[in-house]
Design a protein around this ligand. Structure first.
Ligand SMILES: Nc1nc2c(ncn2[C@@H]2O[C@H](COP(=O)(O)OP(=O)(O)OP(=O)(O)O)[C@@H](O)[C@H]2O)c(=O)[nH]1
Ligand SMILES: [Zn+2]
Length: 341
């Protein structure tokens, strides 16, 4: 017994010595790096990544008298790639920039495939997916459902926004309102509003407050109109960014974080707006239809495709009205478009 204890203690001491050694080596490396980066650094402080440009990121100061200001920072070589929305620990240098020394754990991550098809994080700590649709362009249920599945998969709370409510008075568009009610009945947050008239924008401001939001939806549904109404300071939106980079080559692709004047944040970029359109596994797809969950695993056949199998719990649920035919159709449509077999 005593012997084993001793051995354990010895092992622990050896590990401790090794840890201290590697910490010392790290500190040496960091000191060398800091000398290269231009000398004395200020104390560690919290920051928020609001944009990134290759190896550099823009960090918003979250503490002290410079709170709200933006510093162009490098990151220490031992850190993973940073993305917009990351919370970091950083140290100021004496030239209006700084060094990022640590990345805080991410609550959520949004991924997009890069040009080689590999998934890469593009934003961190988003918690709200604002799915915008409208009577025109004609909405597609499976597209909305796809965003909902992506939201479930990424751990974001969806908010369904039916924009262009002014068009609902036209008889040919009247049934779209029913879609919103169907989603509300499933337990989702919903809003019906008009960016043009401004009706319902106050409720939207309320919904966005206290969240890091991303807007998605088909082209032409009014995302830009809504964002313009919520972020009236146009300079903040576009101009400031190209001015800061000096050349503006990254202005259209990099994700950028904005603060809504009424509270809450927005992370936006053309790439982010397409979030959720790829890479869903079969299992995630089924789980992403929240009302399917009580029935999953209850089909007679373990490899049930939920198409025409006898004893299919999902088909029975459709027959009994527990699952709507529209959502089932939407599920099948998305399932048919997945590449995984
Ligand atoms: N009738 C009506 N039209 C609107 C409303 N909101 C936006 N629109 C119009 O819809 C069109 C598309 O709006 P955008 O804001 O550019 O749509 P978007 O979703 O940003 O489109 P992309 O930039 O292509 O992604 C514009 O002509 C807007 O004027 C609304 O509440 N009612
Ligand atoms: Zn089944």
């Amino acid at each position: 017994m005593a012997k084993r204890n001793l051995t354990r203690r010895q092992k622990w001491r050896i590990e401790k010595i090794q840890e201290e050694r590697s910490a010392r080596a790290n500190r040496r490396g960091e000191r060398a790096e800091e000398t290269l980066l231009g000398g004395d650094l200020g104390p560690e402080q919290e920051g928020l990544v609001i944009a990134h440009f290759g190896v550099q990121v823009d960090v918003e100061v979250l503490e002290g008298e410079d709170r709200g200001q933006v510093r162009r920072c490098h990151r220490r070589a031992n850190l993973p790639a940073l993305v917009t929305g990351d919370r970091v620990v950083w140290r100021a240098d004496n030239q209006q920039s700084g060094v990022i020394v640590a990345l805080q754990p991410r609550r959520t991550e949004l991924y997009r495939p890069d040009h080689r098809g590999q998934l890469k994080p593009v934003a961190a700590n988003v918690d709200r997916l604002v799915i915008v649709f409208a009577p025109l362009p004609q909405p597609h249920r499976n597209l909305i459902d796809r965003y909902l599945v992506a939201a479930e998969q990424a751990g974001l709370e969806p908010l369904l926004v039916l924009n262009k409510a002014d068009l609902l008075a036209q008889p040919e568009h009247a049934q779209i309102r029913g879609w919103l009610d169907d989603y509300a009945a499933l337990g989702y947050r919903t809003l019906c509003l008009s960016a043009d008239s401004g009706n319902g924008l106050d409720q939207l401001r309320e919904e966005l407050r206290g969240h890091v939001n991303v807007f998605v939806g088909q082209s032409g549904v009014g995302k830009s109109s809504l964002i313009n109404a919520l972020l009236p300071d146009a300079d903040l939106r576009v101009g400031a960014l190209s001015e800061m980079t000096g050349k503006g080559t990254h202005t259209t692709t990099t994700a950028r974080l904005f603060h809504f004047p009424a509270g809450g944040d927005l992370i936006d970029s053309p790439g982010i707006r397409e979030f959720g359109l790829t890479h869903i596994s079969h299992a995630d797809l089924l789980e992403g239809f929240i009302e399917f969950r009580p029935f999953l695993g209850h089909c007679r056949f373990r490899d049930c495709q939920h198409v025409h199998e006898p004893g299919c719990a999902l088909l029975d649920a459709v027959a009994s009205g527990a699952i709507s035919a529209g959502r089932m159709e939407s599920y099948r449509h998305i399932r048919g478009s997945l590449t995984e077999d």
